[in-house]
Design a protein around this ligand. Structure first.
Ligand code: BYC
Length: 320
């Protein structure tokens, strides 16, 4: 049920009822369906942030492309970074189905008016970070994104299916890299542990603020955009990661991390939420550089956009 004309209050009520019953039946909302403006804006916000994260997320690992220790590792890393670019473009397309303009979204990112995941504002200081990002960052992303495959908005849910398949491959890639390093020298093992120490807490922050400080969760869950709260997913990630760390032979830097038989989950310490807020506000170690690099790439690509538009205009002229 779509509308292209101004609607009366009665029509609005009917459309709202239809929308709500579609959500209640757990059926999908598609781009041409009528939807409340708040639903559309929430999706644009989340999908744009997600797309920006994928694009900005190419930088921390891209930092190691020229210094990968072997041709094999370089080829794997190149493919992985390229996959992230694909996810970003896929997600910008999903945002476009909601009426968002891709160029405007990029402008907002570059102007610091739209967010991207806090995790990418931490530096990658050693090659072990490539493995840790694959294992923990892609691992956290999978925990968060698998439920998004059932998101109520069709194009977002469908995009997530492909993205999750690739992310799960990325996670195994990271874990395999770390396993190889752990079978190496003492210095390599120390490098892995040091990397895990730096990334553990920021990975937990990827899930967003605690539920009692998350302004968007309740409404997003009512709309079937999010399927779990931030804390539920954070717990799932901790429970999943601890046995993997044991097999790998590393520890997490949290003295409060302990199995709780009553809850059937691991208890864990509180992330430093003031650090999270600081990073989200733009004051993380790498915020400035990440945006500066993105801006430069965008400016350097201007001639490609100009050429593509000129080509399209000439084609149109020739057909008329
Ligand atoms: N970083 O009410 P809340 C990847 C913001 S990339 C920054 O809980 P919501 C990969 C939040 O936006 C994976 N900001 O919000 C790529 C909100 O601010 P606004 C990226 C954060 O939306 C390359 C405010 O805090 N994944 O996998 O209900 C290489 C309050 O939060 C963060 C996605 O984007 C954060 N961590 O829930 C490797 C997944 N957390 O907008 C890997 C899709 C929260 O009100 N997104 N904020 O000003 C989501 O699932 C949800 O948007 C979130 C937050 C769970 C992240």
């Amino acid at each position: 049920m779509s509308t292209s004309h101004a609607i009366s209050a009665d029509e609005h009520d009917d459309l709202t009822t239809h929308f709500e019953s579609t959500i209640a039946r757990d059926q999908r909302i598609e781009p041409r369906d009528w939807m409340p403006e708040g639903y559309r804006q929430t999706l644009i916000r989340q999908i744009a942030q997600h797309a920006h994260s994928e694009i900005i997320g190419m930088q921390p690992e891209g930092n190691w492309l020229t210094r990968a220790p072997s041709l094999r590792r370089k080829a794997i890393l190149t493919a992985k970074v390229q996959d992230e670019a694909g996810h970003g473009l896929y997600l910008y397309s999903a945002a476009e189905t909601l009426g968002a303009d891709r160029a405007e979204l990029t402008d907002k990112l570059i102007a610091g008016k739209q967010k991207y995941s806090s995790i990418f504002n931490y530096p990658t200081l050693s090659f072990a970070d490539v493995g840790t990002i694959g294992w923990l960052v892609d691992g956290a992303a999978i925990c968060n994104q698998v439920p998004l495959c059932r998101s109520s908005f069709g194009p977002y849910g469908r995009a997530m299916i492909r993205v999750c398949k690739e992310e799960s491959f990325h996670q195994r890639q990271g874990y395999e890299l770390l396993t190889t390093m752990m079978r190496g020298t003492d210095a390599q093992r120390a490098m892995v542990q040091e990397s895990v120490n730096r990334f553990w807490w920021p990975a937990l922050m990827m899930f967003g603020p605690p539920d009692d400080q998350s302004p968007n969760t309740e409404q997003s869950m009512a709309w079937g955009i999010k399927r779990h709260t931030n804390d539920e997913l954070r717990q799932k990630f901790v429970d999943m990661s601890v046995p993997q760390a044991q097999v790998l032979g590393v520890t997490f830097p949290d003295p409060d991390l302990v199995w709780n038989p009553d809850r059937g989950h691991y208890d864990f310490g509180e992330p430093d939420w003031s650090e999270f807020m600081d990073v989200v506000k733009g004051n993380g170690a790498m915020n400035f550089e990440r945006i500066a690099v993105r801006r430069e790439a965008h400016e350097n690509g201007q001639w490609v956009r100009d050429a593509a538009l000129a080509f399209a205009a000439r084609e149109e002229q020739e057909t008329n």
